[in-house]
Write a protein that binds this ligand. Sequence first.
Ligand code: SP5
Ligand code: ZN
Length: 360
Amino acid sequence: MRVVYSPAHLGHDIASETVMGLEIPANEVTERAERIKAALEADGGFPIEAPKEHGEGPITAVHDPGLVRFLAEAWDQMVAEGVDHPSLMPEALNVRALTEGMGGAANGAGGALEPRGSISGRAGFWAFDTSSPIVAGTYAASRAAVDVALTAADAVVDGEAAVYGLCRPPGHHAARSMYGGYCFFNNAAIAADAIARTTGEPVAILDLDYHHGNGTQQIFWRRGDVLYVSLHADPERAYPFYLGRADEVGAGPGTGANLNIPLPARTTNAQYLRALDRGIEKIASTPGSIVVVSLGLDTYVDDPICDFALTTEVYHEVGRRVAALGRRLVILQEGGYHRPTLGANVRAWLRGAEGRPHEG
Ligand code: SP5
Ligand code: ZN
């Protein structure tokens, strides 16, 4: 299977994140992608290629141009303001309740207006959490991750059965006008939108990250041409908390084109495979020939920030079942934080999808 990878992710080099006010060593680190790359290289069956530049067009087809401008300018503005912090994080967040009772008419926009002043205010306008640090290389890395996804998508549109895009940073928490959850641009959403536009066919996204892909859901909420199916931790207990419930089914032309399957703590291989079959049946019931997979391995039993109980062997079976849909696959990396097994878990999944044995 062809693999698309860019070393530009190394510039998104973060040391720490904050969780509920506590500074902890960062989870979404450069080592993750390097471990995956090393495991695929060692396998011998995964030729690695560089992404092609696709420009800003496919990004602003999905994201607010203001978000792109903010991310492009953030680090330089931080430096220009003399803010000598290791990374940029927001100071105040642009939450819904700021303009509650103001009738949406207070500023004519139905919400707060984009600030163009100090960098801490700008960050809080576009962020939705305080655990997604921006550093000098974050924008270049995020642009490269989009190019990785789009290059993988091009190859599949051109006829490849399955291509893996080693995206870093991940993408599925990034909404049209919002970054967070270690995600800046929504790689999978940008790829799915580009595929839908170039092929004129419906596209399905199968999100297998432990966390709900709130950004992907938001972007396609009203679209009937992009189906979003997600298996994830119940948002009653897990990040991103505010979206991911089973009764969220889409709206307007997108009604019925959003399927959330929330799962309990300690979900086992068997429980997961049953839920997966539901997701696969939903995709099989809709037209289209390409599936974009948001592949997170944070469902692994030893993941340090998650609570499912999946094992390496089941990833091979998950890949096998997804490929058995008979659709072409654009497989894009999302989360997965147990670094010692991350490479083996990705490799098992991809080998399953290719119909190769788990080992050998
Ligand atoms: C792409 C992706 O997987 N993003 C995940 C972002 C999660 N950020 C919040 C981390 C909070 C960790 N809480 C740990 C609770 C352990 N019981
Ligand atoms: Zn995740």
